[in-house]
Ligand binder design. Structure first.
Ligand code: GYE
Length: 308
């Protein structure tokens, strides 16, 4: 109280730091693990977390941010559902003197001073890794390799970037062709639905590969492939991204061929960043997550080690 009286902010007087976090939703196993990581890490760090689930809607995220500003939280963390449309509310946060850390996904704004740091994966590189795995897998073969693609949420950084990275990796491979590409919103149910539509539309033609922007969509599509009387992982190679436990189980079962890792465990680095920020340190503009590629061959060995 004495310190607060001389004008220091509440956290400096021994009160816990308050972090407002706007989460996208619960669309995937990745997202559920991400939310759990953030809640646990806040608890461990003694940071008071105000957690808002936007149920996939940008308007809910904007409302949540405005509520955090009104409540005068110390720091805002945002995992933006899409890249555009956050400029106005980010300017409001800046005007209120509340620093914003972007986690998981980036926004596209000319004024990069609207956030102090962006923490998460390199999605373009993940797409390239998926493409490189396929090039390797199909090396030496002949004939067209017909690929169908399940995209993530329209306008979301990981959907745009994973598409871009994959296309970039395969662009000099005339055999590899993306014949169909559509969003399935990163969800298992939509993944199944859109894959069913792909298979119907491709009836009589061979689909060689499915490239899904996340594991959940791949897992839904695997069901659709099986219901169509085909063998996922054999008749159709299945490539996905995230590396959640269920993907490793599908690999052990021979139904998924590879998953490119994307770690959702952003809680500990986020809480560290919040503390550093409040201690007056300047955060790095970009904090990149380290991750690998896991083909089916190593799935059984890796599965017990997976933390999400
Ligand atoms: O890959 C997907 C989730 O933004 C990296 O969002 C995240 C993606 C993740 O729904 O499963």
């Amino acid at each position: 109280a004495a310190l607060a009286a001389v004008g220091l902010p509440a956290w400096a007087a021994g009160k816990p730091i308050v972090l407002g976090f706007s989460q996208i939703g619960a669309e995937s196993a990745w997202r559920t693990a991400n939310s759990a990581s953030i809640k646990q890490a806040a608890k461990d760090a003694g940071i008071t977390l105000k957690f808002a689930d936007a149920q996939q809607k940008q308007e809910n995220q904007i409302k949540a941010l405005r509520a955090f500003i009104a409540q005068k939280v110390d720091v805002i963390a945002l995992s933006p559902v899409v890249e555009t449309g956050f400029g106005t509310v980010l300017r409001e946060a800046k005007a209120a003197g509340i620093p914003v850390i972007l986690t998981d996904r980036l926004v596209k704004e000319a004024d990069e001073s609207l956030w102090v740091s962006f923490m998460g994966s390199d999605f373009v590189e993940e797409g390239r890794r998926a493409g490189r795995w396929l090039i390797d897998k199909t090396k030496g073969g002949t004939g067209e390799v017909r690929i169908v693609e399940l995209q993530g949420t329209v306008g979301a950084a990981p959907a745009l970037d994973r598409k871009k990275g994959f296309e970039e990796a395969i662009k000099d491979q005339p055999r590899l062709k993306i014949v169909r590409s559509q969003t399935a919103d990163f969800s298992r149910a939509k993944g199944k639905e859109v894959m069913e539509a792909f298979l119907k539309a491709e009836a009589g033609r061979k689909v060689d590969v499915l490239y899904a922007h996340n594991d959940d969509m791949a897992l839904g599509a695997i069901q659709a492939i099986e219901e169509a009387g085909l063998k996922p992982g054999k008749d159709i190679l299945v490539i996905s991204i995230d590396g959640v436990r269920a993907a490793f189980e599908a690999m052990v079962a021979g139904k998924l061929n590879v998953t490119v890792e994307c770690s959702p465990l952003l809680g500990p680095p986020l809480m560290q960043a919040v503390k550093d920020l409040k201690a007056g340190k300047t955060l790095p503009r970009r904090i990149v997550t380290e991750e690998g590629v896991f083909p089916a061959e190593v799935a059984a060995r890796e599965l017990p080690k997976r933390r999400y």
